[in-house]
Write a protein that binds this ligand. Sequence first.
Ligand code: SF4
Ligand code: SF4
Length: 334
Amino acid sequence: MNECVLPDPTGFFEIRFESIGGLGAHAAGQILARAAVLKLNLNGSHFSSYGSEKKGSVVRSYVRLGDTDKPIRTSAPIDSPDALVVFHGALLEQEITIAGMKNSGTLIYNGCEGEVPELLKNVPAGARIIRIDATNIAIEELSRPNAVLLGALTAAAPFLDADTVLETLTEKFAKRNPQAAASNERAYRRGASEYEVLEGVGEGSGDLPAMRPSPVLGYETAPIGGVIPYAGNTVSNDLSASRTGWMPLFTDEECVHCGLCATVCPDFCLVWTHEQLNGEESKVRLKGIDYQYCKGCMRCIETCPTEAMTRVTETPGLADELRVPLFVAGNPGS
Ligand code: SF4
Ligand code: SF4
């Protein structure tokens, strides 16, 4: 068994994964805690919190590690992590994602080269910020972002022995999906070597205050009689954060406007129009996709008979550039 001493003088090291369902944060937490407890001679605990949907909602996964003489006596969420790993760039639009970041901590985020979200300015100046393009590496290696981010985390926290964590990752898939082992290993090793340490990005001073997500209405604040004072509408939904690195691309020249994609799209995000060409009878034609409502399930691609729908990697700004709005601004009825 490997011996391991935590770098934190308190004898504890806490890791928080901020993610979206489907990116593998829960599995990554399990693997890390398993490696630490069974192979690195540490005390450890792991649990996750997530909503009712499997995919698309916010997932937080927590790994708490302690030296062998430091029993872990709490299962509270980790408010002030030593390492914070952000699985999706969209999460860095919300202050709560980086809440509790320590001045002595490390933040690892999934982002393309040159992608530095504005929110990172609020990170304490003393914290390390590491960027890794986990989505693209995962796509190229037929793996998942969690393998890449685990590799980057072990590089940033070398007491988490990289070979031991990889061994545990491989064991997890050995029975269920043996073909994935080689892909995961390549993705993991690239995560451990292709990261970029960003200098001079965080400008905050001292540790950031902790925050806990809280419902808008609760036991003490709900209006009497269960009245809903602010009417909601699915028009204002934004499913962009549910996409996990890929999006459908529509090519008009290949489309025969058969409508099959519309029969499978669960979110009605395909935009249709009536067109009259050369004095002919008016025909219904597919105009494009409103990416605000597209969750990236790829059903339209599997169904399209002509390859008018293809899968592409989502790069920053691409969905906004190609978006065909379903509604005229301010008029959901149009
Ligand atoms: S299924 Fe393909 S060809 Fe048919 S309307 Fe949709 S995109 Fe066009
Ligand atoms: S990927 Fe295709 S089917 Fe799925 S939500 Fe987006 S447009 Fe609809």
